[in-house]
Design a protein around this ligand. Structure first.
Ligand code: ADP
Length: 799
C-alpha cells in the first residue's frame, strides 16, 4: 500500500475512532447528566409531595393531592407513577387510574429507609427506577416516584439521531482533508521518487521541479545538485568507456598480483572475454599462450628489464589462431607510488606482418631483378658503346650538313636583301631620269608644236608612262616578297572606287570599241573599311588586262556581289568577265608567276611585263582574300576575287566625309596664280636637269625661285633670307634632305621663326620613305616622277 493511501486510511481511521470515542463519552455524559437531573427532579417532586401529603393527612382531604398528582403525571412524561403512603403505611394517593398494579406495589412496599432508589423490571419488560422519599412526620409514610429508564435512553437516542448529519459531515470533511493532505505530502515525494528511478536508469538530465521551501523542497534541490554532479562525472566516465571501447587496440588491466581487472571491446572481440568471464581471474589460471598470461608475463619481464614498450608476442585468439601482437605496457601507480594496475595495450599486427613479409618477398624479387638488370645494362652499355661511335660520326655529319644549310640560308638571305636594296636603288635611279622625261614632255606638250613633233612627244609620254608603271610594279613586287607591304584600314567608298577604275580604263576601251559595263550588287554597302589604293590597283590591273586581251567590239563586264556579313566582316566578290581570247587550261597556273605570260612566242600580239596578275593575286592574298580564274580559249575569261571588308554603321556621315575629301582633291588649278603676291621658293636639288625642269614647270607662276645644290647650301641660304616654301630633294651629296629639313626646323625653333612649308620631292617612293620625310619635319611629299598637276595641287594646298 502506498504512502498516500496509508495517510488517507490512517486519517480516516483516526477520525472514526475520535468520532466514536467522542460520541460514546458524549452519550454517557448526557445520560448521566440527564439521569442526575431527572433523579434530582424526582427527589424534588417526592419532597414536594411529602409536604403535600402531610398537609392532606392533617386536613383529612386528599383532593388537592390528587389534583397535583394528575398535573405532574401529565406534564412530566418520564414519570411512570407517584404513590403516596401516609404515616400509617396506608396508600394515601397514587397516579394509577384504578388500583395499583400488584407487581408495582410489591416492588415499592419494602422501602423503609429515609430515602432509597431501586430499579426493577415490569412484567412487560420496561425498566423502572423507583425513588422513595420518606416523610418526616410519620413512621412508615413517604412518596414513591417511578421513572421510565427507557425514556432517558430514548431522549439520548433522539439526540444522537439529530447529531448524525453533523457527524457524517465531520467524517466526510475529514476524509477530504485527509485526501488533500496526503496529496500535498505525497506528490513532491512522488516526483522525488520518479527522479530517483530515472537517475537509477541512467537518465541524468531529469530535474525535479519542486519549488517549496520546506524539507521536501530542500530535498529536491539537493537531489538536483546531486544529479548535476553525477552528470558531470558520469559524462566523463561514459566518454572514457566509449573511448576505450572504440579503440582498435586491445586493452587489458591487470592488478600487480595478476588479477584481471578490466578489458575493452577490442579485447573481447579478439579473445572472447564475455564467454570466458575474464574479470577477477588470475593471469596464472590462463593457458600460457592466452592473452592475459602473455601480457602479465610481459609485465613481469618489463619490471625486470624496465622496458614496457614495443614487445612483440604471439597470443591465441578466439578462433584458436596464434596472432602476432605488439604490446605496450604502463604501470598505473597509487598515491604512495606502489603499483596499482598494469595497463596493457596490444596491437594486432597480423596485417603489418603480412605486409612486411610481402615487402620482404618483393625486395628479394627486386634485388634479383636488379641484379639481372645490372647485367643487362652492362651488356647493353657495351653494345651502345659500339653503336655510339657510329652515332657520333653521324652527328658530326649532320652538324656539318646543318652548317652548310645555315650558310646557304644566310647566302640566300643576303642575296634577297641585296635584291631588295638593288630594286630600291634601281627604282630611285630610274625614277630620277624618268622625272625629267615625263616632266619635260609634259612641258613640251603645252608649247607650240608641229604635228610630227606632237606625235613624237606623245610616243615619249606613252613610253615614259609605261616605264613608270613597270617600275611601280617592280617596287610593289619586291616589297610584297620582302613582306614590307602594309595593307591600310581606312573607310572608303566602294562605288566611287569602281567608278574611278572604269573612268581610268574607259579611254582604252573606247579606242577598241569594247562595251565596258559595271554592275553592282544592290546589297553592296557604299562605305567599307580597307585599302582603297590597293583595291583600285587590282581592279585596274584586271580590267586593263580584260580590255587588252579582248578583240575590238567585244565586251568587258565588271560586277560585284555580296554575301551576308559574318562576324561583322562582309565578303564582296569582284568579277571581271571578258569575251576575249581566253587562256589555255594548262597555262592557267602559270600566268600568276612573275614575269610570265600565256603567250611566250616572240610574235605575241600583246605587250606587258607579266607582273600584273602576280601582284594582283599577292595583294588579294595579303587582304586575306581569294583569287579565282575561269577561262575558255576563244570564248573569254572571268577573273574574280573575294575580299572581306569591315563595315561601319555610321555610313551616311562617312560617305559625306569621303565625298567632301574628294571635292577637296579636285584640281584647284589657279589657286597659286590667283594668289597675287610673289612668293619666294627655295628649290633644293643636286640634279641640274631637275632644277631646269622645275623652273620650266613653275615658269607661269608668280614665284621667285632660288636654287640650292644640296642640303648644306639650302640651310645656308635659308638662314640668311627667309622663304615662303621649300621644295626639298632627299638624296643629295654633302647633306641630304632629311638632315637639311631637321636643321631648318631647329633653326626656326631657335630663332623663334614661323614654320616654313617644306615639301619633299623624292624618287624614294616607298611608304616608309614618305613617313621618314614627315618625321624629319616635312609638311608634304611628292614622289618623282610626278605630273605637273600634282605639283600645282600641292603648292596651292600649302599656299
Ligand atoms: P601582262 O599582262 O603584263 O603580260 P599579267 O600578269 O597581267 O602580265 O598577265 C599574265 C598573262 O596572263 C598575260 O600575258 C596573258 O597571257 C594572260 N592573261 C591575263 N589576263 C588575261 C585575259 N583577260 N584574257 C586572256 N589572257 C589573259
Amino acid at each position: 500500500m502506498n504512502l498516500k493511501r496509508k495517510i488517507i486510511g490512517i486519517t480516516i481511521f483516526m477520525i472514526f475512532i475520535t468520532t466514536a470515542v467522542f460520541g460514546y463519552f458524549m452519550k454517557t455524559a448526557v445520560y448521566q447528566t440527564l439521569e442526575e437531573e431527572i433523579d434530582g427532579r424526582a427527589i424534588a417532586i417526592g419532597k414536594h409531595f411529602t409536604e403535600l401529603s402531610a398537609d392532606a393527612y392533617l386536613s383529612g382531604s386528599t383532593s388537592l393531592l390528587q389534583t397535583h398528582l394528575a398535573d405532574y403525571i401529565k406534564t412530566e412524561n418520564y414519570l411512570a407513577y407517584i404513590i403516596i403512603f401516609d404515616s400509617d403505611g396506608q396508600i394515601q394517593a397514587h397516579t394509577f387510574p384504578k388500583a395499583i398494579p400488584p407487581e408495582i406495589l410489591a416492588a415499592v412496599k419494602n422501602s423503609t429507609k429515609e430515602q432509597s432508589v431501586h430499579i426493577f423490571r415490569r412484567s412487560d419488560g420496561i425498566e423502572l427506577e423507583d425513588f422513595f422519599i420518606k416523610s418526616g412526620t410519620s413512621r412508615d409514610g413517604g412518596v414513591h416516584i417511578g421513572i421510565y429508564e427507557s425514556k432517558i435512553v430514548d431522549s439520548i437516542n433522539r439526540l444522537v439521531v439529530k447529531l448524525m448529519p453533523f457527524l457524517v459531515g465531520v467524517i466526510l470533511g475529514g476524509i477530504l482533508i485527509a485526501y488533500l493532505l496526503a496529496s500535498a505530502i505525497t506528490s513532491p515525494l512522488q516526483l522525488l521518487s520518479d527522479g530517483v528511478k530515472r537517475v537509477t536508469h541512467g537518465d541524468l538530465d531529469f530535474i525535479i521541479n519542486v519549488r517549496t521551501q520546506d524539507e521536501i523542497g530542500q530535498l529536491a534541490e539537493s537531489f538536483n545538485n546531486m544529479t548535476e554532479k553525477l552528470r558531470e562525472s558520469t559524462v566523463s566516465r561514459e566518454f572514457m568507456e566509449k573511448l576505450v571501447n572504440t579503440m582498435n587496440d586491445v586493452l587489458l588491466v591487470i592488478s600487480p598480483n595478476g588479477t584481471v581487472m578490466n578489458y575493452n571491446k577490442a579485447y573481447s572481440d579478439l579473445f572472447g572475454a564475455i564467454s570466458t568471464g575474464v574479470n577477477g581471474k588470475n593471469a596464472d589460471t590462463f593457458d600460457s599462450s592466452e592473452a592475459p598470461a602473455v601480457m602479465y608475463a610481459a609485465y613481469k619481464k618489463s619490471l625486470e628489464y624496465g622496458l614496457v614498450h614495443g614487445i612483440e608476442s604471439q597470443c591465441r585468439s578466439l578462433s584458436g589462431n596464434e596472432i602476432p601482437l605488439l604490446l605496450s605496457l604502463a604501470v598505473m601507480k597509487n598515491e604512495d607510488g606502489s603499483p596499482q594496475a598494469v595497463i596493457c595495450a596490444a596491437q594486432n599486427i597480423t596485417n603489418l606482418k603480412k605486409s612486411q613479409d610481402e615487402l620482404q618477398a618483393k625486395q628479394t624479387e627486386l634485388e634479383y631483378v636488379n641484379k639481372n638488370l645490372e647485367e643487362a645494362v652492362a651488356s647493353r652499355t657495351a653494345e651502345l658503346a659500339i653503336g655510339n661511335e657510329g652515332l657520333r660520326a653521324e652527328v658530326a655529319e649532320r652538324q656539318k650538313k646543318t652548317e652548310e644549310l645555315r650558310a646557304a640560308r644566310d647566302l640566300a638571305e643576303s642575296a634577297s636583301r641585296a635584291k631588295s636594296e638593288f630594286l630600291a636603288n634601281m627604282s630611285h635611279e630610274m625614277r630620277t631620269p624618268l622625272n625629267s622625261i615625263i616632266g619635260g614632255t609634259e612641258y613640251l606638250e603645252s608649247t607650240q608644236l608641229e604635228e610630227e613633233q606632237r606625235r613624237c612627244i606623245g610616243m615619249i609620254q606613252h613610253s615614259g608612262d609605261s616605264l613608270l608603271l613597270l617600275i611601280n610594279d617592280l617596287i610593289d613586287l619586291s616589297r610584297i616578297e620582302a613582306g614590307q607591304l602594309e595593307i591600310l584600314k581606312r573607310p572608303f567608298s566602294l562605288i566611287n572606287t569602281l567608278e574611278r577604275v572604269i573612268e581610268m580604263v574607259s579611254q582604252s576601251a573606247d579606242r577598241k570599241k569594247i562595251n565596258l559595263s559595271l554592275d553592282c550588287d544592290a546589297r553592296m554597302p557604299d562605305v567599307v573599311i580597307g585599302d582603297q589604293a590597293r583595291l583600285q590597283q587590282i581592279l585596274v590591273n584586271l580590267v586593263a588586262n580584260a580590255i587588252k586581251f579582248t578583240e575590238a567590239e567585244g565586251s568587258v563586264k565588271v560586277s560585284t556581289s555580296c554575301e551576308p556579313a559574318v562576324n561583322e566582316l562582309l565578303p564582296v566578290t569582284f568579277a571581271i568577265k571578258d569575251t576575249g581570247i581566253g587562256i589555255d587550261p594548262d597555262k592557267l597556273d602559270m600566268i600568276f608567276d612573275s614575269f610570265s605570260q600565256a603567250d611566250t612566242s616572240i610574235t605575241r600580239r600583246f605587250g606587258g611585263s607579266g607582273l600584273g596578275l602576280a601582284i594582283s593575286r599577292k595583294l588579294v592574298e595579303s587582304m586575306n582574300g581569294t583569287f579565282k580564274v575561269e577561262s575558255v580559249p576563244g570564248i573569254g575569261s572571268t577573273f574574280s576575287f573575294t575580299v572581306k571588308f569591315s563595315t561601319i554603321t555610321v555610313e551616311s556621315e562617312l560617305t559625306g566625309k569621303i565625298s567632301k575629301n574628294r571635292d577637296k582633291n579636285k584640281p584647284e588649278r589657279d589657286v597659286v596664280s590667283q594668289a597675287g603676291a610673289i612668293r619666294r621658293v627655295l628649290l633644293v636639288d643636286d640634279s641640274s636637269e631637275n632644277q631646269a625642269l622645275m623652273r620650266l614647270l613653275l615658269k607661269s607662276l608668280p614665284l621667285e625661285i632660288q636654287e640650292a645644290n644640296n642640303g648644306q647650301e639650302a640651310l645656308d641660304m635659308y638662314t640668311s633670307t627667309p622663304f615662303d616654301l621649300v621644295l626639298m630633294d632627299i638624296q643629295m651629296p654633302v647633306m641630304d634632305g632629311y638632315v637639311a629639313t631637321k636643321m631648318i626646323r631647329r633653326h626656326e625653333e631657335r630663332a623663334g621663326l614661323e614654320k616654313t612649308c617644306i615639301i619633299a620631292l623624292t624618287a624614294h617612293a616607298y611608304e616608309s620613305d614618305i613617313q621618314k620625310c614627315l618625321d624629319a619635319g616635312c609638311d608634304d611629299h611628292i614622289a618623282k616622277p610626278f605630273k605637273k598637276q600634282m605639283l600645282l595641287d600641292c603648292l596651292s594646298r600649302h599656299f
